[in-house]
Ligand binder design. Sequence first.
Ligand code: HEM
Length: 629
Amino acid sequence: MMAGSLGVSALAGPLAAPASLAAALLAAVAALLLLAALALVVKDAAAWWRLRRIPGPPSLPLLGCIPQILRRGGPFFFRDCAGRYGPVFKVALGRTWTVVVADAELARQAGQKLRNHVIIEPNLMRTWILDMDQYGLFQAKDAHWRLVRSSWQPAFSSASLSGYLPRMMDCAEALAGRLAGRAAGAGRVDLWRELGAMTLQVVGSTAYGVDFQTTGEEPQPQPQPLGQEEGQGRGVGKGAQQQGPHFGKRLAQAAGDIFRVGSAFHGSRYQRVAMLFPELRRPLSALAHALPDRPFARLVESRMYLFHACMDLITAWKGRTGDPKEGSSNGSDDVRGANGHHQGNGHVNGAAGGGAAALAPIGPVEDSGQVEGRAVPKGAAKGDVPGVDPPAPSVSPGSFLGLMLAARDKATGQGLTDLQVAAQVSTFILAGYETTANALTFAVYCLATNPEAEARLIAEVDSVLGPDRLPTEADLSRLVYTEAVINEAMRLFPPAHATTRIVGEEPVEIGGVTLPPATPVILAIMTAHTDPRVWPRVDDFVPERFMPTSPLYPEVCAKVPGAHAPFGYGSRMCIGWKFALMEAKAVLAILYQRLRFEMEPGQGPLPLATALTLAPRDGLWVRPVLRSH
Ligand code: HEM
């Protein structure tokens, strides 16, 4: 018995050692996790404490208000909250406390006082895609923002805009022709998709002088590819060299994906977890790239596609203007390793695979004021941003890239690297395409559901343009009702339903509420647009309120200056607003000159998607009807 028990304990000795080691390890891990959880609780409590005096809806631990936002849609949830908690309230987006400003006047004040945008959702992209996001005009901060904004400015001067009008009209005419063909065949169309293809084509032709070929029904017989051959599918990380004749359609798809699956609320589960634990951004990013779920794979694929398209546009520009190395002023090694396609010391391989060379320009860019292959100022004009070179008053269509490559910091003489230029190219495509398409789609929706407004718009178009004359710039300024229709549609359905700011190093007071340093702020444009105290008949479509001659005008527009803010506020206001308005007006006039649109049944009220932009969730299905003159 004794011997037996001795034998067991002799055996238990070596076995007990690893068991107790494992138990100790487990205990250590548990203690660490507990400590980490405790640290998070303390951190969250401190974040809440900083904003404790600001009212807000109840929120769940960890998830915050995400369930309510998903259920109601961001803008509608904010509208409910504004009714209950007042115009400045706090919400928890996961564990990130954010202040929402949902009043027209206060949003304007906050937009003016605060300078930088903030992206509240953690960005799981990595390396150069992550850098590129931060360099683009939308996310740029402080000195870099000033340099980039002043570099963009000449592309949106009145003189530059005049040069774009014929190209915008070409694209609109082509769309009207295609839709007229469908009308003859009694076909139904998703007008949102058609308008998206057209606005992307406008960006290609006005900014880059390139036909993106976004609209062809069939594969183009003479493609102008960015890469060598027709693509072999769109796998994660496939480069632009694998793009082919469907380039434009793929670009539209990629840009659309970025808007839709780019948001944590509608995208990958990795993004959602990152929203709850921003501290884990790096490991989550690594995991998401190693084992992507479907939305993440789609997002990366689309980001890659867009990135390569941007680099190819730069290559094409340099090829066209003579010196493939010209313009990359810093020669930084910021684009290494992009699947072997765009490698090297910050310069893009010259006309890679012939793809870039095949990107044929639409028309001459000879009078762009180019010197040594760059667009340079034709004269001196004051920019909108102090402290940098006065920007040029105008550039020719297609020379946006020349403008970016010529940008120089006043103090250091430094230009932008290729990656920084690509960031601007990508920002122009993303910012300039879907927003305008959405604005136009909502305008058509409002007209199709308001026959009186439609009749009035058609009467104006007929009286200003007649049956077949294309609008001149002077005509555009006479299309007052058409502009009012666009403004009112953007009031009810602002394509950018919110924008953001971050409080700087000093606290800021908004509407009697003090926002501590580094507080993320959401300016709820759509909520401000639907405030019944500002807008009589708030939910009705009343374009007349935007016509200075209308008795409704002073009641509404003058009541709260800046209450209508589809393009945002202050110095960060949309740089492309005149471009977008001119395009929307010209397109609407050209379409309604020949056609009207009847809604397909079962779409009212139009289901909305509120991701990064406000968009019709399932498109806008209409029947184009030829007008008889
Ligand atoms: C109907 C069409 C459009 C709408 C509703 C719209 C709306 C907006 C809004 C709300 C902002 C944020 C402003 C703020 O934070 O205060 C913005 C910024 C911006 N938009 Fe637009 N936009 C439109 C078209 C365009 C176009 C055609 C471009 C052309 C490139 C463009 C380029 C930009 C850029 C680059 C910014 C960032 C500006 C900065 O941070 O300095 N947008 N836009």
